[in-house]
Design a binder for this molecule. Structure first.
Ligand SMILES: Cc1cc2nc3c(=O)[nH]c(=O)nc-3n(C[C@H](O)[C@H](O)[C@H](O)COP(=O)(O)OP(=O)(O)OC[C@H]3O[C@@H](n4cnc5c(N)ncnc54)[C@H](O)[C@@H]3O)c2cc1C
Ligand code: FES
Length: 257
């Protein structure tokens, strides 16, 4: 089920934010936007559980795929010590990805912090579509991949919580302003829960198709342990679904935030 991938390239993008290019025919050939890989960050029991990281983009010609991660704790810190030529034990591609837009549609993505990474792959794979991206970061120094996003969007709006770059404050503000005059066909969001909740609520209210990509601590990553359960709506009742297997992407109307 798991397999070794060789690190082709590593790069530090910002303080505590790292890019990895990995060699894998399997992941580069099969992955769709919104899916993730589950990575063993070290040998032995040091970080026993794998860490889920979104697929940033694939290159099926070169048999590579890219990820970007932020150091949050032990696992991601160990990952940042690896170099080109090292191997990583990996599972994937896992999970259910985003529903791609139809040609000619108008879409918006809203991402915050590490939640921006899966949205780049979605934008790259959305062809002949009008694309607006709203990306929020805590501060200017944490803005990464700006040029990559510029290349795959018609319009890119960046905000920082401290006002050090772009719009001042939370990214939901320019997004809500945008919705005063525009009606996108589809909205996709990934990032902090309060941000996704605001986006989901306004889209439901305005009857706009919206998908959210949920983040949760994971155990197995393949639907067996139930560590990643999240509460979802089913008519007037609710259930628990597994973010790793039934998600991480869900219709906004399904999630009980
Ligand atoms: C489907 C999915 C895709 C993800 N994609 C990316 C990505 O592309 N880039 C990226 O940087 N991170 C991503 N993450 C988050 C990443 O998995 C965690 O940051 C990582 O597991 C932290 O491991 P650690 O050992 O470094 O930190 P730990 O020591 O395990 O935790 C450090 C801190 O992070 C919190 N945390 C840990 N795991 C999660 C989690 N899964 N969700 C929310 N908070 C968590 C903990 O509560 C704690 O406060 C993704 C998570 C999921 C579920
Ligand atoms: S992580 Fe085990 S069921 Fe989702």
């Amino acid at each position: 089920m798991s397999f070794n991938v060789v690190i082709d390239k590593t790069e530090k993008l910002a303080e505590d934010i790292y890019f990895l290019r990995l060699k894998s025919e399997r992941v580069s050939g099969k992955a769709v936007p919104g899916q993730f890989v589950n990575i063993k960050c070290s040998d032995g029991l040091n970080t026993f559980l794998r860490r889920p990281i979104s697929i940033l983009r694939t290159n099926p010609v070169e048999n590579t795929f890219d990820i970007v991660y932020m150091i949050r704790g032990k696992g991601t810190r160990l990952l940042s010590c690896l170099n080109s030529g090292d191997t990583i034990d990996c599972m994937g591609p896992l999970g259910k990805g985003f529903t791609l837009p139809e040609k000619g549609e108008k879409i918006c993505v809203i991402g915050g912090g590490i939640g921006v990474f899966p949205l780049l792959f979605l934008l790259e794979k959305s062809i002949d579509v009008n694309k607006t991206a709203f990306l929020g970061f805590r501060t200017k120094d944490l803005i990464v991949l700006q040029k990559d996003f510029e290349q795959v969007t018609n319009r890119l709006i960046i905000s920082t919580d401290d006002g050090s770059f772009g719009e001042n404050g939370l990214i939901t503000k320019p997004f809500l302003d945008f919705l005063e005059t525009e009606k996108p066909d589809r909205v996709y969001t990934c990032g902090p829960l309060p941000m996704m909740k605001t986006v989901a609520e306004v889209c439901i209210e305005k009857n706009i198709f919206c998908e959210v990509s949920m983040e949760q601590r994971m155990g197995c990553g393949i639907g067996a342990c139930l560590v990643c359960a999240c509460k979802t709506r089913h008519n007037d009742d609710y259930e628990y679904e597994r973010i790793c297997r039934d998600g991480p992407v869900f219709g906004a109307e399904k999630i009980v935030f």
